[in-house]
Design a protein around this ligand. Structure first.
Ligand SMILES: NC(=O)c1ccc[n+]([C@@H]2O[C@H](COP(=O)([O-])OP(=O)(O)OC[C@H]3O[C@@H](n4cnc5c(N)ncnc54)[C@H](OP(=O)(O)O)[C@@H]3O)[C@@H](O)[C@H]2O)c1
Length: 349
């Protein structure tokens, strides 16, 4: 019997998700259809549900992070075949098409934004990767600024891609503000794998976690001396200061970022939301990442699978499974709004 699809639909902003039938998606050229086994929840999904931001078509299917088995491959796809175990980035955020949303039994994913999951990695673990991975690549390795939102440039740190080889020190230091967040810990992982010395700022209870992701030093974000400690730690490293990836991007963290950058002679500020409109010194290049970015293609294609095989890329933060089935996603979104600490909320299907 031909399979049928279901999805957790969002009918309008501010309403709960409604699980019902959805058209069975088919892959266009360069796309794959994945039968989802696990999906992860991102803060973005709550903003999309609450206010309808980025939604281009109603009703909508939200969600970016999936892991599952390839059900069908589109024309020109050579890296995948039916039944392959994969993790992938669903991009309804940019396409607006319901079939590109993760909150469904079957989802279309661009083949360039997917990678084979080694048998040693569960679907539940693999689902934590996609959005954070692409956010991290955008934060680190874009070399020519694009546009994140109208009038808001992406950062362009131009740092090397992560390498499968033993980390060769690149002589550069990067501060990661929010080292225990999903985006912050993935940026730490990829930066370390490119030989960048990462100084993370995270909760005291998450120092070990930030170090597990690759941070060389961790500073407590609640320490009243966080700014002077970050400056001293960068200076002590004796390395070239690249700048700050701020995975939190709130007024208080921006104030800290700008003080650190100013005292260290300027650099990049890669933010996850629009950077401050005023008060940014001339020697600071501020931008906002946008986590659907073709800069990630080489990482998806050449790095993710072998790095997962060797353990160089870890599925962090660890998944916190909050339910099974599409009907559990609404509760997971409620939990996401309450906040997480070094964890990624995952629903198994
Ligand atoms: N623009 C884009 O393309 C893009 C892409 C991805 C994410 N984002 C945005 O990036 C933000 C982070 O997303 P996420 O999924 O990585 O978040 P997350 O994992 O849910 O973040 C939770 C973490 O934030 C940390 N945190 C909270 N306040 C902090 C502070 N003042 N200093 C340091 N750490 C702090 C907590 O650390 P402790 O528990 O250690 O205190 C916690 O571990 C969200 O606003 C999201 O919407 C944007």
């Amino acid at each position: 019997m031909a399979p049928t699809n279901q999805a957790a639909w969002l009918d309008k902003a501010g309403s709960p998700l409604d699980v019902r039938d959805a058209p069975m998606p088919y892959p266009g050229p360069g796309e794959i259809v994945v039968k989802n086994a696990a999906i992860a929840i991102n803060p973005l999904d709550t903003h999309m549900q609450d206010a309808g931001v980025f939604v281009q078509q109603w009703p909508a299917i939200l969600g970016c992070d999936i892991a599952g088995e390839v059900y069908e491959v589109g024309e020109g796809v050579t890296r995948f075949k039916k039944s392959d175990r994969v993790t992938g980035h669903a991009i309804n955020l940019t396409t607006g098409r319901p079939q590109d949303g993760a909150y469904a039994l079957y989802t279309v994913v661009p083949a360039d934004k997917a990678a084979i999951l080694p048998d040693s990695i569960s679907f539940t673990d693999g689902a934590v990767l996609p959005m954070a991975l692409e956010a991290a690549v955008c934060a680190l390795s874009v070399s020519v600024p694009g546009e994140a939102l109208p009038g808001v440039p992406t950062p362009a740190l131009g740092l090397p891609y992560p390498s499968l080889d033993e980390n060769k020190p690149a002589g550069k230091a990067l501060v990661v503000y929010g080292g225990s967040s999903s985006a912050g810990s993935m940026t730490t992982q990829l930066a370390s794998a490119a030989g960048i010395h990462v100084i993370a700022i995270a909760g005291k209870h998450n120092f070990d976690f930030a170090k597990l992701a690759g941070a060389a030093t961790v500073i407590d974000h609640k320490d009243p001396e966080v700014v002077s400690k970050a400056i001293a730690t960068v200076r002590e490293s004796g390395l070239d200061f690249v700048g700050i990836f701020d995975a939190i991007s709130t007024p208080p963290t921006y104030a800290h970022d700008l003080e650190i950058l100013e005292k260290l002679g300027g650099g990049h500020l890669a933010a996850v939301h629009p950077p401050p409109a005023t008060g940014v010194p001339e020697n600071v290049n501020a931008g906002m990442i946008f986590a659907v970015n073709d800069a990630a293609t080489p990482v998806w294609r050449d790095y993710v699978t072998p790095a997962l095989e060797t353990g160089k890329l870890q599925c962090l933060p660890k998944p916190l499974v909050v339910g099974k089935g599409l009907g559990s996603i609404q509760g997971a979104l409620v939990k996401m709004r309450e906040g997480v600490s070094a964890a990624k909320l995952v629903v198994e299907l």
